[in-house]
Design a protein around this ligand. Structure first.
Ligand code: ADP
Ligand code: MG
Length: 383
């Protein structure tokens, strides 16, 4: 295998076709971009280190595609600058940047064969036919789609077309590969398969990847680092674990994963422990974000999988609220138990179907409990 030689770290040529490519860094520095009536990006900073796999995740309309278009050179920022591999490329057109983009809708040339699609960029660069053919073979092997060189895009499935689109983008040996919801049109299983392959391709090539998605599972599963965007701004960035374990804002907490939220007011803060007065009693938390003052309205957030709902809690717990079970939903890998207080506050616990606590019956009187370490406090005003 030509490629395996390269993964052992030999620099230079991986074979007759594909060359080793060290990824380049990419940066947006304070980029703002407005369209009539909408600020798509506001003072947006993005740093992608050499060889890194960064995912940009946010809801539809949050500015993800605009950020990709500015990086790729398809859109000029109103202010700020764009840097690729340490060079200011703000005024360079798309074709002169060492960046290639894979879009959701494949965007293959329908009248060209797979080989011609992948070889298109190299042909423009003057790569000879023989070397081009070798490069196409290498790339098709890389995306695990061999023997389809002469087919037209219409003769391939959606997943196969997207593999060709990835191969075509990589044929230009970009320092940075941009992927804008590339798997969005594929079904769930195919998406999962291609996610695993993208990680492998990233590992083997060393090219920097910037991957845009609205799907948090995809972002967290793929990337070394995740950038969460909201209304054209970076809401939070960090490793998947950093963001999952401690969403920096209430918005990020709502966007990432499933939480229980209880509103209240700060009663006391002593050492690392915060006490919050709520309708369901005094609740305790170890982490507060945004330094809320005593008396300030806040939200206590606890992930559903950190919440336990069971008849007999351990004797010492940080937070315990008597509740009655209202619903048990079996979603396959896990169970979701809902339970409410007489006052109407509902808690949801998600627990593994096997190895979890004994599942209470609907109508049973039980206790919702959770450790202070799993509770995060956010100012209500940040919503
Ligand atoms: P995302 O990719 O996160 O869904 P976009 O970057 O496509 O978001 O869009 C961000 C905002 O900018 C949206 O409100 C969108 O309607 C607006 N927008 C994007 N492109 C244009 C355009 N060419 N003209 C006008 N508005 C645009
Ligand atoms: Mg988009």
């Amino acid at each position: 295998m030509l490629l395996s030689r390269r993964t052992r770290g030999a620099p230079g040529r991986a074979g007759p076709g594909l060359r080793t490519r060290v990824g380049g860094s990419a940066e947006l520095r304070g980029v703002s971009k407005s369209y009539p009536g909408v600020e798509a990006l506001v003072e947006f900073d993005l740093t992608v280190a050499q060889g890194e796999f960064v995912a940009i995740v946010g809801p539809s309309g949050s500015g993800k595609t605009t950020a990709m278009r500015v990086l790729g050179g398809f859109e000029q920022p109103d202010s700020g600058s764009v840097w690729i591999a340490g060079r200011d490329v703000t005024s360079l057109p798309a074709q002169r940047r060492e960046v290639n983009t894979v879009f959701q809708n494949y965007a293959l040339f329908p009248h060209l064969s797979v080989a011609e699609n992948i070889g298109y960029g190299p042909k423009l660069r003057g790569v000879r036919a023989k070397n081009r053919a070798a490069l196409v073979d290498d790339l098709l092997r890389l995306v695990q789609l061999e023997g389809v060189q002469q087919r037209r895009p219409a003769q391939l499935s959606g997943g196969q077309q997207q593999r060709v689109a990835i191969a075509r983008a990589l044929a230009n040996e970009p320092a940075v590969l941009l992927l804008d919801e590339p798997l969005g049109a594929l079904d769930r299983r195919l998406r999962g398969d291609l996610q695993i392959e993208l990680r492998r391709i990233h590992r083997e090539l060393g090219t920097s990847f910037v991957y845009v998605t609205h799907d948090q599972d995809e972002a967290f599963g793929l990337a070394d680092r995740v950038v969460v965007v909201h209304e054209g701004r970076v809401e939070q960035q960090g490793t998947p674990a950093e963001i999952y374990d401690a969403p920096a804002t209430l918005w990020a907490a709502r966007f990432i994963g499933e939480h229980n939220f209880v509103t209240g007011r700060v009663d006391t803060s002593r050492g690392p422990r915060w006490s919050i007065a709520t309708d369901v009693g005094l609740l305790h938390a170890e982490t507060a974000h945004g330094a809320p003052a005593v008396g300030e309205p806040v939200v206590v957030a606890v992930r559903q999988e950190r919440m336990a709902i069971e008849p007999r809690p351990p004797s010492v717990v940080d937070n315990a609220v008597p509740v009655r079970v209202t619903e048990v939903v079996d979603v396959g890998p896990e169970l979701r138990i809902s339970a409410s207080t007489p006052g109407g506050t509902t808690f949801v616990s998600s627990c593994p179907r096997w190895g979890g606590p004994t599942v209470p019956d609907v109508g049973a009187d039980v206790v919702a409990h959770w450790p202070a370490a799993s509770a995060h406090v956010y100012p209500l005003s940040t919503l």
